[in-house]
Design a protein around this ligand. Structure first.
Ligand code: PLP
Length: 458
């Protein structure tokens, strides 16, 4: 064994202990860490030849990289829809690496742990047993898998197999949606369907929710040809929701696969006051749910749910003599693009076991309350205008002057991080509250920082 490796093996408890102390300091110091940094440049190190051992590597990391890491795990990072990581989920994530299970086939109880976690998540967001689920890395992969099953379903309707004969066997594919997330276009590109197959359907005026009457007209115009509809449960700009029940009801008249992007909006189901927003979610043929956002588990975690596991296996099966053929409860490598992969469910299992549905409901409700409070405060700044009501956990607002400059000025306070957007042609800022720690005091600190960055007197 290489001497540095055998040294680290002999001192494994010390390696883990130093890592633990380092992590404790990092988490305890979140409050002082700048929430985000501007762009940096640094010359790359050459490939280490001798290596410096673990202690040397930790020192190098602490000196060279860690100071530039953002405070995205903390309560005042409001960019994208970035969640943090609950204490139990961090522990679960550490143990995932510790046990290093290949969670794809049944020679370990790890696969059953993953199946249990998927069942819990299904119940958490109100899906019925008709849905089966599989862990993937994020919502983009979840929608990719859902739309791959949709593609196979189109083949079934047209009497061809896309899995065997390729996407060309389908001819032109029509995809309809009101305000699809950019990841849907990416998935369409990866699937060989093509980005340009997306036909945008009008949304309700002043909303991002699809106009169901216009969707009906678009479907009627297809002359009975099966299509794919992507409905939205929580858009990133204004957290708007399609009327899922009304959209699903159109299937009585027209053949289409209904995929719902509920990446973070699906968590509205946890709050009794907001659960109506996802009414009808269970009627979807496939559902995308992100976990590294509002479940507050570390990256990378999401689930893909579907009612047609048979078609999922048709697309993703990996049959080799040494892997065996898929059964009714297929090994996980028959269900997603990955073959080998980590036990991605463990962090979510830990968090759900530690805090339960009730603890996670509390996270969602506190974030919603924080977003509302922030929205109310921002409106008191002269010239600031909310572009939509705060429906859930995002405040979308326009500022006087240049929005990009405002995002940078806010970031440079080190106190808070927001991301820019364009909503109905209007450059704007988004503040997405998705962290389990964010409380009223954070909101006041966020507000003060934004007010200062915008040059508005207190
Ligand atoms: C974040 C998000 C995605 C993409 O999720 P990733 O985990 O980054 O792949 C897709 N749809 C919606 C609505 C999102 O908010």
């Amino acid at each position: 064994m290489h001497p540095r490796l055998s040294h680290d093996l002999a001192s494994l408890p010390a390696v883990l202990e130093s890592t633990r102390s380092f992590a404790v300091r990092a988490l305890a110091g979140l409050d002082e860490r700048p929430v985000a940094h501007g762009p940096t440049t640094s010359a790359p190190d050459p490939l280490p030849v001798d290596g410096v051992g673990f202690d040397g590597a930790l020192a190098r990391f602490a000196q060279r990289w860690e100071p530039g890491f953002s405070g995205s795990a903390g309560p005042r990072y409001l960019g994208f829809v970035t969640g943090g990581a609950t204490p139990a989920s961090i522990a679960g994530d550490w143990l995932t690496s510790t046990f290093d299970q290949n969670a794809t086939s049944g020679e370990s109880s790890a696969v059953d742990l993953e199946r249990e976690t998927v069942r819990w998540l299904r119940e958490l967001v109100g899906l019925s047993e008709a849905h089966s689920g599989t862990f993937v890395t994020g919502a983009t992969m979840s929608s990719f898998v859902g739309l791959a099953i949709a593609r196979e379903w189109l083949g079934e309707r047209l009497g061809v197999s896309v899995a065997d004969d390729g996407v060309g066997a389908l001819g032109d594919v029509v995809v309809l949606s009101g305000a699809p997330h950019s990841s849907v276009y990416k998935a369409l590109s990866m699937l060989g369907i093509g980005r340009s197959r997306m036909r945008l359907v009008d949304v309700v005026p002043d909303r991002e929710a699809v106009d169901v009457a216009r969707l009906r007209e678009a479907l009627a115009g297809l002359g009975g040809r099966p299509a794919i509809v992507v409905a939205n449960a929580g858009t990133v700009n204004t957290v708007d929701f399609d009327d899922l029940r009304a959209v699903a009801a159109l299937r009585d008249e027209f053949p289409f696969w209904l995929h719902v992007d509920a990446a973070f909006g699906g968590f509205a189901a946890l709050s009794p006051e907001h659960a109506h927003l996802v009414d009808g979610l269970d009627l979807a043929d496939s559902v995308c749910l992100d976990l590294h956002k509002w479940l507050n588990v570390p990256y990378d975690a999401a689930v893909q749910f579907t009612r047609r596991r048979d078609l999922q296996v048709a697309v993703f099966q990996n049959s080799a003599a040494y892997l065996g053929v898929p059964t009714d409860d297929p090994d996980l490598f028959h269900l997603t693009p990955e073959n080998s992969r980590r036990l991605r469910a463990l962090a979510a299992w830990f968090s759900l076991t530690a805090y339960g549905a009730d603890g996670h409901r509390d996270i969602v409700e506190r974030d919603i309350a924080a977003a509302r409070r922030l929205g109310g405060l921002l409106e008191t700044i002269p010239g600031v205008r909310l572009l939509a009501p705060v429906r859930l956990n995002v405040v979308c607002f326009a500022v006087p002057g240049d929005a990009t400059a405002a995002v940078e000025a806010v970031r440079d306070t080190g106190e808070v991080f927001l991301t820019p957007t364009v909503y109905k042609g209007q450059p704007a800022l988004r503040a997405a509250v998705s962290n389990w720690r964010t409380g009223a005091e954070d909101v006041d600190r966020i507000f003060a920082a934004i007010r200062t960055a915008l040059g508005s007197p207190a």
